[in-house]
Design a protein around this ligand. Structure first.
Ligand SMILES: O=C(O)CCC(=O)C(=O)O
Length: 250
């Protein structure tokens, strides 16, 4: 097992992302799916609108929801799963602290793209930043909006993002870096596989034009020693509030 962890950590450190086959066994993904469906039915209708994004307006196909750990014990516990922490700590090379959970739903037929971005444009930590674990609840393909990573882009440092004024992916990069130096790699996952990416790794996902949902369960962690950039956080929070007011979430 340690050999496998070392291999995963080395890939993560070299490329800025790594794919972990069979991250969850079948019974664990089935349980996770049941718990997410329970959350959508019972809890989601009661959470503040700032933690839910639909593809359009305030009903219909779900696009994304977050902060589940605030409202439900199951998701608080899953953030602290010892095997997950061990793997992520090996990747980052130091202990990690849980930040939040998210579900990127990418609904059938209408699921819209995620623009090129680095996670840290939203989280605003300083080195050694943090990382994201993305667990596939559905097989991901080139047609249903698999996440694409730009290999090696975590070495480019913090890049300047533009404002999109969208409720989700409110910041984006104007475009990818030179594809000859930094090739794009799609994360083609089976249900239960996962990817891990660094807060500085540039990534995007395409639309979902297929008749089936493409759901990803996401856990975000910071490095324990990473300090938050207070100035950037203040500016980001003000910008986020403006978008939330405009969209009617606040
Ligand atoms: O799941 C997706 O389509 C996008 C995920 C993403 O961009 C992220 O985790 O920041």
């Amino acid at each position: 097992m340690n050999l496998k962890i070392n291999h995963v950590a080395k890939k993560f450190q070299d490329d800025g992302f790594v794919i972990v086959k069979n991250f969850l066994e079948k019974s664990a993904v089935d349980e996770l799916e049941r718990e997410i469906n329970r959350y959508i039915l019972k809890i989601l209708p009661t959470v503040p609108k700032i933690h839910v994004v639909y593809e359009s307006g305030w009903s219909g196909p779900l696009k994304q929801f977050s902060r589940m750990e605030l409202y439900d014990r199951y998701f608080k516990k899953i953030l602290n799963r010892p095997a997950t922490l061990k793997l992520l700590e090996a990747c980052l090379g130091e202990p990690v602290e849980p930040l939040t959970t998210e579900v990127f739903y990418k609904p059938a037929r209408v699921g819209s793209p995620a623009l090129f971005h680095q996670e840290n444009a939203y989280f605003n930590y300083m080195s050694p930043y943090g990382l994201v674990l993305w667990i596939a609840l559905d097989k991901t393909t080139l047609k249903n909006g698999a996440v694409h990573f730009i290999k090696g882009s975590h070495k480019l440092g913090e890049l300047s993002h533009i404002k999109t004024n969208l409720p989700l992916f409110s910041k984006a990069l104007p475009g990818p870096p030179d594809p000859l130096k930094y090739p794009e790699v799609p994360a083609l996952l089976e249900r239960g596989d996962a990817s891990i990416h660094h807060f500085l790794t540039i990534h995007r996902s395409g639309p979902n034009k297929t008749p089936l949902n493409r759901r990803g369960f996401v856990l975000d962690y910071r490095a324990r020693s990473a300090q938050i950039n207070q100035t950037k956080t203040k500016t980001h929070e003000e910008y986020k509030k403006e978008i939330q007011r405009n969209s009617g979430a606040l």
